[in-house]
Design a protein around this ligand. Structure first.
Ligand code: PSU
Ligand code: MN
Length: 324
């Protein structure tokens, strides 16, 4: 049986990769499941830039241009009609962003979705599968998935962690989401041998909140050049293992951790009572936090993603220059 080709790399991305130019992968679970599909009023940095577009699409457009202005080529990953695209065009992004049937695709879901001709946004884990297929070394996202609170009762651990452990890609994030058990998430990364490199920080950031001394990183880097140097050395010792680059949320957008703690605790109880499980847990909790902060979470989410896309471009440019 000869299988049909299920991965398509855009011409722009494949040309850039062949020429050894800087490429930054971007995910689309945030487009299909992470952000509202309506235009955002203030407070949100999108309203100034792209007021007419739904927030999810505006964000994807913003990330694409943030990577480009940093001198790298964006490779946005997502599935359309069963084909995993690496380098979605604007028209393809719009299609995915408006598709209410789009699935949330993690690694385990890619095969079934592909065989069934489905459309979907890729999580960090599934986007890493694309990075492995195309040999893309830098990927920018918001916050990775990790070990969920209550894991002692129900071991809900995001496939993002295992994917990081087997894919040699630097994932730029603002740490992991505050909705998770963050100390357990950091311990799991440690067990998997995934370095957590703090960019200009020694504390593990909490995605929408700045971190604190209670949780650290495994290495500190002053700038993108040092991150690239650490990654290049890491890949000589561990050629198949990823790295998590922890870039704190921009200070003017960060929300104090205590402010969302009560909401998260209440949302967790609500989720358990309502029997929300598996892949639905993360979108449910994010939605509750978003509502409780009257859209400020969207503001920090967008600011984090844009900042990570810029940092990703800078790291990719440094890595590309090392191979010249
Ligand atoms: N962070 C966000 N919004 C999101 C996600 C992260 O602010 O939608 C997505 C990412 O794609 C991440 C996924 O990979 O949630 C984790 O889902 P799970 O816990 O089901 O593995
Ligand atoms: Mn999960």
């Amino acid at each position: 049986m000869s299988a049909r080709v299920v991965i398509e790399i855009s011409e722009e991305v494949s040309d850039a990769l062949a020429a050894g130019q800087a490429v930054v992968a971007l995910e689309t679970a945030v487009l299909t499941h992470g952000l509202p599909r309506t235009p955002m009023a203030s407070p949100c940095n999108l309203s100034e830039w792209l007021p007419a577009l739904p927030a999810n699409l505006a964000l994807s457009v913003l990330l694409d241009s943030a990577v480009r202005s940093g001198g790298a080529v964006p490779a946005t990953v997502g599935m359309l009609d069963g084909t995993l695209h690496i380098g979605l065009s604007r028209a393809q992004l719009e299609r995915l962003g408006h598709d209410t049937d789009a699935r949330k695709l993690s690694t385990r879901d890619l095969g079934a979705a592909s065989a069934q001709g489905a459309c979907g946004g890729t999580t960090v884990a599934a986007t890493l599968a694309a990075c492995a297929a195309a040999n893309i070394r830098v990927f920018a996202t918001g916050g990775i998935g990790g070990v969920h609170r209550g894991w002692t009762d129900r071991p809900d651990v995001s496939a993002d962690l295992a994917a990081l452990a087997r894919t040699p890609t630097a994932v730029v994030s603002a740490g992991a989401k505050s909705i998770l058990d963050l100390p357990a998430t950091v311990e799991a990364l440690d067990s998997l041998g995934v370095p957590v490199i703090g960019l200009g920080t020694r504390v593990f950031p909490r995605f929408i909140s700045q971190g604190d001394d209670s949780l650290g990183v495994s290495a500190h880097a002053r700038d993108a050049a040092e991150v690239a140097a650490i990654c290049a050395a890491h890949w000589q010792f561990a050629p198949h293992v990823g790295a998590l680059i922890a870039n704190p949320p921009p200070a003017q957008w960060a929300i104090p951790a205590q402010e969302v703690e009560t909401t998260i605790a209440a949302a967790l109880i609500e989720a358990t009572r309502a029997g929300i499980r598996g892949a639905a847990v993360t979108p449910f909790l994010l939605d509750r936090v978003q509502r409780a902060t009257a859209g400020r979470t969207v503001g920090v989410n967008v600011a984090v993603l844009e900042s990570n896309a810029r940092v990703g471009a800078a790291i990719a440019v440094e890595l590309a220059s090392m191979h010249r």
